[in-house]
Each structure stands twice: as structure tokens, then as C-alpha cells.
Design a protein around this ligand. Structure first.
Ligand SMILES: Cc1cc2nc3c(=O)[nH]c(=O)nc-3n(C[C@H](O)[C@H](O)[C@H](O)COP(=O)(O)O)c2cc1C
Length: 173
């Protein structure tokens, strides 16, 4: 998996006094939805944005370039997930990871919700032909937002090492 990293300016451009350039408005049918899918044709792209910034985000700007190129060269649907703006709750990973070890009658609403989201996340990856991850570097690593996303994805049964097939195999990242 390759994460797009936009800048080595440690915190500087996140300063309240910094000038924030407005991100280009995506060409979407429903831009206010958390996850937007625009019907086009041919191959599908999944795009994840990890910055907590809506404006002035360098990683988003780079991902915009990639997405625009994707679209301009005949790319199909673009499915988005903004884990910076809409973080995965930190309680979901443990809830989903413990689901299989918990007798059905003792499973909590949180566990069911977490498993349902894990399924949704993996569905998004499976449905895509290419994956675009725009993930900033924070404090010498990825953000806890991205870690929470990856951890939850990996709880899903299709992502298990013993699961049949390689459901993400061959997808360009
Ligand atoms: C809290 C914080 C920690 C950061 N840590 C690092 C770091 O360890 N190494 C680095 O090269 N850049 C670091 N940066 C700089 C970000 O990677 C850079 O600002 C990037 O552009 C942020 O992504 P965005 O522009 O999409 O919001 C950090 C930025 C912030 C706000």
C-alpha cells in the first residue's frame, strides 16, 4: 500500500495564520454526502483522504491531481471516504475484533455496528479497480485516523490470511 504524502512542512501550513488555498470542488453529484459515488463508466477508483483539513490540504491537492487525471483518461466511478473529516471511532476496532469470540447472545450493539462498518469499508475496496490513499505524515507516522481505518478493515473476514483468494490482489495503489 502506498500513501500519498504531500509536504515535509512540519505543522507550518497548519498554522492558523497560514494562507489556506481552497481545494478544488470535486465533480460530484452529491458533494455533501460522506461517501460520494459518481456514476461514470469503465474502471472504478476508491479514494481515501486522511487529512483533517478541508482547506489547504496538500495531500488532497495531490489526490485531486490523480483523480482528475483518472477522470480525464476515461476512469469510471469514484468512491470517496474522508477519514480525516469523518474518523472511524476508536472503539470500533476492538469491538469488531472481539465479535467472533463473543457468543451471539452477548454481542453488543457497538460490536454489530463496528462489524457492519468493517464490511462496508471492505466492500468499497473490493468494488474498486484502483485505490488512492492520500495520507499525510503526522508525528513520524500515519495518523490514528488511518490506523483505526486499517485496523478495522483487517478485522473483516475477507481480509483474513485464511480467506479464499486475494480480494485486493492486482489492484494498483
Ligand atoms: C501535527 C502534525 C504533525 C506532523 N508531523 C510530521 C512529521 O513527523 N514529518 C513530516 O515530514 N511532516 C509532518 N507534518 C507535516 C504534514 O505532513 C504536512 O503539513 C502535510 O501537508 C499535512 O497534510 P495536509 O496538507 O493534507 O493536511 C506534520 C503536521 C502536523 C499538523
Amino acid at each position: 500500500m502506498i500513501a500519498l504524502r504531500a509536504s515535509n512542512t512540519h505543522g507550518g501550513i497548519n498554522s492558523p495564520t497560514a494562507t489556506h488555498r481552497a481545494a478544488p470542488t470535486p465533480d460530484l453529484e452529491s458533494p455533501t454526502k460522506e461517501i460520494n459515488t459518481t456514476r461514470r463508466s469503465v474502471m472504478n477508483l476508491f479514494r481515501l483522504d486522511g487529512s483533517f483539513r478541508e482547506e489547504g490540504s496538500q495531500s488532497r491537492a495531490i489526490a485531486d491531481i490523480v483523480e482528475n487525471q483518472w477522470t480525464a483518461t476515461g476512469g469510471g466511478d469514484v468512491t470517496r471516504r474522508h477519514i480525516g473529516a469523518e474518523p472511524i471511532p476508536s472503539t470500533y476496532w476492538a469491538a469488531a475484533a472481539s465479535f467472533g469470540y463473543t457468543p451471539e447472545e452477548y454481542r453488543t450493539e457497538l460490536q454489530h455496528t463496528a462489524v457492519a462498518l468493517a464490511t462496508e469499508l471492505v466492500d468499497e475496496l473490493v468494488a474498486a479497480d484502483a485505490l488512492l490513499f492520500a495520507v499525510p505524515l503526522y508525528n513520524f507516522g500515519v495518523s490514528q485516523h488511518f490506523k483505526a481505518y486499517i485496523d478495522l478493515v483487517l478485522t473483516e473476514e475477507r481480509m483474513a490470511p485464511t480467506a479464499p483468494g486475494q480480494i485486493l490482489g492486482g489492484k494498483p495503489v
